[in-house]
Design a binder for this molecule. Sequence first.
Ligand code: ASP
Ligand code: MG
Length: 413
Amino acid sequence: MKVFKFGGASLKNAKGVRNVTAIIQSYKAPLLVVVSAMGKTTNALEQIIQLSFYNKDATAEVNALLRYHHDILKELFPSDHEAFSSVEKIFVELGHALQKDTDFDEYYDEMVAKGELISSVIVHHFLQAQNIPSHWLDARTCIATDDSFREGKVDWGLTSNKIQPLRTILRDQVIITQGFIGQTANAQTTTLGREGSDYSAAIFASTLDAESLTIWKDVPGVMNADPKRLPAAIVFDELPFKEAAEMTYYGASVIHPKTIKPLANKGIPLHVKNFDDPSLKGTVIHECTVDDLPPLIVFKDNQCLISCKVTDYTFISEEQLSLIFHALTQLGLRVNVMQNSAITFSFCLDFRENKVMALIHQLQQHFEVYYNTGLTLITIKNYDEASFDTYRKHKGVLLEQSSRSTLQVLIKP
Ligand code: ASP
Ligand code: MG
């Protein structure tokens, strides 16, 4: 069997749903399909969550989201089709949830999950309307997580047990389910982190020992740089798991960082293909060696550089370093690059404002702290002479670091 994953961009309108259906129809193998919320639905829901949680009126935003989905439904189904009432039911639930009084992260997960539920219901009904035997699955009944809301940690054993019975359904039906969402032991909705649908697809593929996972995207495959920034970027035919995993670590957004590991552990190849033109080869990520990989360039925006300076003529000590890392761990923050000198320890991390400000506040009790926001971290993996020189001479470099294979420069754009 195979697993497919379609992201929000491939399902942003009725044409997208038709296209996804055509792709599903053209594959004969037993298939489990993971879908994300349509278009920018998750961002819209985040706005609704932010407003309603703080008791501000979100009616206009909810209506806009309803209209968006309604327009898609109208293009796909006759007006008396049950798809309308299925989607309406989810919006009614969303309306009820608006009055709930809970912790922000719990509220967020309960609400934001609606985006995936809606899109999967629409795709399921459309497949059925095309006479493709389809089974709608609530992914929450399979993906078991702990109660770390907004970044649920998967209980692999339990999840695998819950997924096994799907094999029977897959014999004669395509399973349509949601990415991104899961459930705690007491049936509360959780999510796996933004853009987590790729990871969901990898969980299904891994626990079902799938032949392969295909992620359908709006790019021709995995490229050595973001073509919007570097138009000369090229598409890889194939990439080793290790290379792809490291790319995502440095911030390449083509695949969610947690996707590779479960697939690599089981040797399940990951195809990245273009949903506008399925005839394109795309990229296969699998166990292989590729000689002479070109430089791989990753831009990571919204970076914050923090420098902790000791002021009493002592030097940065291991004890002080452990203090800094303890604070980072407590706040769940991840360092993207770091550098030490006699009296200053500097590091760069994603600027998640609330958490970073809390960190700075803590560090100020021990150090003189300086920080800079709005920075971009550029990582050049497998650099060559030309790329090494180009990026080191980039305008506005605040910090630079290189190893034998990787150059990183932090710049103020
Ligand atoms: N819809 C979710 C998001 O936009 C999950 C995903 O797209 O992977 O973050
Ligand atoms: Mg998305």
